[in-house]
Write a protein that binds this ligand. Structure first.
Ligand SMILES: NC(=O)c1ccc[n+]([C@@H]2O[C@H](COP(=O)([O-])OP(=O)(O)OC[C@H]3O[C@@H](n4cnc5c(N)ncnc54)[C@H](O)[C@@H]3O)[C@@H](O)[C@H]2O)c1
Length: 414
């Protein structure tokens, strides 16, 4: 019965489009809605607007079989899945000075379905959201003059890893929390029809908090590694050697340090808890601060080396930055610390060339090939461990100054 359901997905980005594709693979008829006309046109033509392993063929197949329809506005459907952005606003309106969630996209998505959703429809929120958002969706329906008790509202967070989304959408376990028992059961039945991972029922509030907690946990652990890396740098110890030895302890598992934390999940979601509980999130807030400051520390290390080189060379050195994405092997630049580093150096009038195999252009930054950078740069800075850079050490010149912040070279500079 489920497979005969008509599913409408609002938001065809990194989460919504792969979800639409997987559902069509499992025989569902899907309508996708997205205000981004460029995206919508490409998807209608059977093309994926972004790179994600395995997504292209699924979209092409869905278009061919006419299982995925793109519409300008949501139609009447049995199931609505909301996959719109939930960014944060820098200023907190509660005067805590902490960034807080921006729910305007969720509000607009609900406004677009509240008058046309048929009674009995299942409304699922997948966007990462603060605790209470599922309940808020029901309130918005009521404010639009609908009897919210006739609908089922549920929250099902996404835990996919970009680059591996297609596989993980089906294989990951799902946490599912409805506003009431029936909503939880209906949503679990729906996900069980296309997910091979386990489906774990709970309440909407638990599911909402669970997603935020998972990313806050990651942020805190990364902050520990990042703090440790600066201590090691000051002691002249290679943090990788230290971590490898510490991790020989059966109950210790320190993560790799990096240049900060990027992406729009781990760098964002902890604020959704902190802004709501400013007094009781000292650790979560400190972790955010440590990870943000690690990026500033990297900028200061590069600047110091560039200034030293400038006095030796008697001219501005050329600085090559390797990797701009927020993590290895993806074309995602949202909240990327490497982009922040590149922009900071660019604006402080350094001569910067960037090597990013996953981008053709990136704002004002000058992109170069690996070869060009290896031949031209005076200072080579490794920021992101893309697989295209694995043999980089052989291409670099002996006279070049190297700063490795991501473990690409034999000697790191954390
Ligand atoms: N990308 C990930 O790896 C990931 C992982 C877990 C959770 N999430 C969460 O999932 C949500 C979506 O993330 P994403 O990466 O897919 O974002 P995205 O920016 O790639 O896609 C969101 C899409 O929603 C569209 N949109 C905006 N308003 C709309 C509306 N009113 N109706 C229909 N479409 C609308 C946008 O045009 C955009 O194409 C966010 O809350 C994010 O935090 C993302």
């Amino acid at each position: 019965m489920m497979k005969n359901s008509h599913v409408c997905i609002l938001g065809l980005g990194y989460i919504g489009l792969p979800t639409a594709a997987i559902l069509t693979k499992h025989g569902f008829s899907v309508t996708g809605v997205d205000p981004d006309q460029t995206k919508a046109t490409m998807i209608s033509a059977g093309q994926s607007p972004f790179d994600e392993d395995g997504l292209g063929p699924l979209i092409a197949d869905a278009a061919l079989k006419k299982r995925l329809t793109i519409a300008n506005s949501p139609p009447a459907a049995d199931i609505y899945i909301i996959c719109v952005p939930t960014p944060f606003k820098a200023q907190d309106n509660k005067n805590t000075q902490l960034p807080h969630p921006d729910l305007s996209f969720v509000e607009k998505a609900i406004a677009s379905i509240s008058s046309i959703a048929p009674d009995g429809a299942l409304i699922i929120l997948e966007s990462t959201s603060p605790v209470g958002t599922t309940n808020y969706m029901a309130q918005l329906f009521a404010q639009a003059g609908r009897d919210a008790s006739l609908f089922s509202f549920a929250y099902c967070p996404e835990r996919v890893l970009p680059g591996n989304i297609i596989q993980e959408l089906e294989e990951n376990d799902r946490i599912i929390g409805g506003l009431d028992k029936q909503a939880t059961e209906r949503t679990c039945t729906f996900y069980r029809s296309f997910v091979t991972g386990k489906v774990w029922p709970c309440t909407a509030a638990v599911a909402e908090l669970c997603k935020l907690v998972e990313n806050s946990y990651r942020d805190v652990n990364i902050a520990f590694a990042n703090e440790l890396s600066i201590i090691c740098h000051q002691l002249g110890i290679d943090v990788r050697d230290l971590t490898a030895l510490a991790n020989k302890h059966p109950r210790v598992s320190i993560l790799e340090a990096g240049i900060g934390v990027g992406g729009h999940c781990i760098a964002v979601d902890p604020w959704f808890i902190a802004s709501e509980f400013p007094e009781t999130t000292q650790l979560i807030q400190t972790a955010r601060k440590v990870n943000l400051e690690k990026t500033s520390w990297v900028i200061s290390q590069i600047t110091q080396s560039a200034e030293m080189l400038a006095s030796q060379l008697g001219r501005k050195p050329i600085v090559a930055l390797f990797g701009l994405a927020y993590k290895p092997n993806v074309a995602d630049f949202r909240e990327s610390p490497a982009v922040e580093i590149a922009n900071a150096l660019h604006h402080s009038t350094h001569s910067v060339m960037c090597v990013e195999p996953h981008a053709e252009s990136l704002d004002e930054l000058t992109l170069s090939s690996v070869e060009e950078a290896c031949q031209t740069a005076d200072l080579c800075v490794m920021l992101v461990k893309h697989h295209q850079f694995i043999a980089l050490e052989e291409k670099l010149q002996p006279y070049q100054i190297k700063l490795d912040f991501c473990g690409l070279l034999q000697i790191s500079h954390q």
